[in-house]
Design a protein around this ligand. Sequence first.
Ligand SMILES: [Ca+2]
Ligand SMILES: [Ca+2]
Length: 351
Amino acid sequence: MVHFNLTLYNFVSISCVRTQAPRISRSWLILSQTCEFSESLTGVSVVQSSLGHSQGDAEHAVDGNRDANYGKGSCTHTKAEFNPCDLGAAQNAVDGNRQSSYALGSCSVTNGDMNPWWRVDLLDVYRVTRVSITNRGDCCEKRIEGIQIRIGNSLENNGNNNEAAIVGPIPLGNTKIFEFKHVKGRYVNLIVPGRNEYLTLCEVEVYSENAALWGKTSQSSNYLQSGPELALDGLLTSWTHTNTETNPWWRVDLLKVYRVNRVTITNRPGNGLRINGAVIRIGNFLDIYKNRICAVISTLADGATATFSCGGMEGRYMIVHIPGDQKILSLSEAGVYGYLAGNSKKCLVKT
Ligand SMILES: [Ca+2]
Ligand SMILES: [Ca+2]
């Protein structure tokens, strides 16, 4: 018996706000036409109440053959007992592809279970602030009605007893982003309670708030009391400040590897020209120069905030540094925003 805790989160918005989360990193989706199954590329695991066969809409099920995609050369088997390219597999909801036509193999589906559910295990506790859901687009719009997002650390009742948010309708093939004050949890469940239903999810994305806020900061040197933590105190009137030196840098250790979607930098309110030429890097190396470059700040007005898209770069560290001699690095604020689920490179299908 499922017991539903109907505690509502404080939603900021329940609407499609895709423009607030530019997805510039997705060009690889249309460039790649092979299934590049690699467990190392995803930090999450997913499971659902059952693996469905999309009964009731056979016309969309590629002759009912779940292996239909394999024969077209779009997928490569890497495990005999499990193939993430299965039509309807739970993994299809985190393959980084919002393709909403079920037959193209990028959607999960359960059987017509009572209280069908899907769960992603983030493998660690995160402060989740946003979940986006992409509904199936080729049919069956109403099957997702009444869906709940549940976030928490319990696997009681398969994680479906964690705190719940009831989200509004998601039109055919649409992606809706649901935002709320952060909820701490390792498991994110989606469940359609109270009826026998097929749960189809063409993409689920889970986001956390500024990951830098719980990281550890450091910088190449401290000028007076202007330590590296001043870039994360929420105050524009405080800023970090290195000595005048060669190649000054600031770094935040996120403590976990993120796929970084964007970095925000707020310049100090005076002497803002000092930031010109600063380089933003993402990666896993303490040697800052081994990390990949996300962006170079050509110029940024005094006190201004700029957002830099990093295209899902993976890394534990975000570094800002200024190449050259006789440089000073000052940052009023910094933010790192990343993916926790979704945007993996598994099982790409032709789009
Ligand atoms: Ca998908
Ligand atoms: Ca500050």
